[in-house]
Ligand binder design. Structure first.
Ligand code: NAD
Length: 247
């Protein structure tokens, strides 16, 4: 069958971090389908990925040098790699904070620092935040790191705008991946109860937005934050009240 859908990312070189599984793997596949030359990376060994620990400055420098040599440019970066740590305020330790920040905040910063010099006007960076970045989600290391990522995204959008580089943030809600599979069943149920659309999300709910933000269709969109969460964060905590009062 002929594919009548025009490919939106032809000629673009795009790096995706944390692409061995979950959302990152789905993003790498979707971007490839749209014609991008995707460099899928992950700290985990995977036949589909080049190895990159996002916390390693040297790792980023080596990747940047390789991309400069191979393509002379980079047009997109998806800062998707992330880790959670489900300790609450009473239990979280400084080393937990440092570890989670290294991956979820410093990782994206290093990616931007090393790849932005290879980016020409029209390039696009997508940072993967979380509904935790919009709320008082209990795992405090994860939540504060994702809030910090919002600050990084805003600053990067301002700083890189004059160079024609866009920076946007997506905020997934509960998405079915290995990350959420390791959460308590009660966590899943509570998310469902708080989600107006009444279901959890899948990686296929995420990929169309990432594709759009990397494409020239989003040419005037930068510094934006877009939840993909079935309405979880939009009601600001009012849903349990609405549900309790009934009709
Ligand atoms: P996942 O745990 O299935 O996948 C994360 C990937 O990141 C893994 O392949 C892992 O090896 C990789 N990774 C971890 N540390 C790394 C490092 N130092 N360097 C490079 N790669 C590293 O999780 P996912 O659900 O696919 O999450 C993707 C992103 O979406 C994360 O940033 C996560 O915080 C965010 N997110 C997920 C959900 C959800 O419900 N699943 C919700 C909101 C936000």
């Amino acid at each position: 069958m002929t594919d009548l859908h025009p490919k939106r990312l032809i000629g673009k070189v795009v790096v995706v971090t944390g692409a061995a599984r979950g959302q990152g793997a789905a993003e790498a596949e979707a971007l490839t389908r749209e014609g991008a030359r995707v460099i899928a990376t992950d700290v985990a060994e995977s036949p589909a990925c080049r190895r990159l620990d996002v916390t390693s400055e040297r790792g980023w420098a080596e990747l940047a040098a390789e991309l400069r040599e191979a393509y002379g440019q980079v047009n997109g970066l998806v800062n998707n790699a992330g880790v959670t740590w489900r300790a609450r305020i009473d239990d979280v330790r400084p080393e937990d904070m440092a570890r989670v920040y290294a991956v979820n905040v410093t990782g994206p910063l290093l990616g931007i620092q090393h790849l932005a010099p290879l980016m020409s006007p029209g390039s696009s960076i997508v940072n993967v935040g979380s509904s935790a970045a919009l709320t008082a989600h209990y795992p405090v290391a994860y939540t504060t790191a994702k809030w910090a990522l919002r600050g990084l995204s805003a600053t990067a959008a301002m700083e890189l705008g004059p160079r024609g580089i866009r920076v946007n943030t997506i905020h997934p809600g509960f998405i079915e991946t290995e990350m959420t599979a390791s959460a308590a069943p009660a966590f899943r149920e509570a998310n469902l109860a708080g989600t107006p659309l009444g279901r959890t999300g899948t990686v296929d709910d995420i990929t169309p937005l990432v594709t759009f933000l990397l494409s020239d269709d989003a040419a005037f969109i930068t510094g934006a934050e877009i939840p993909v969460d079935g309405g979880l964060t939009a009601h600001g905590g009012a849903k349990p009240i609405s549900d309790a009062v009934g009709h």
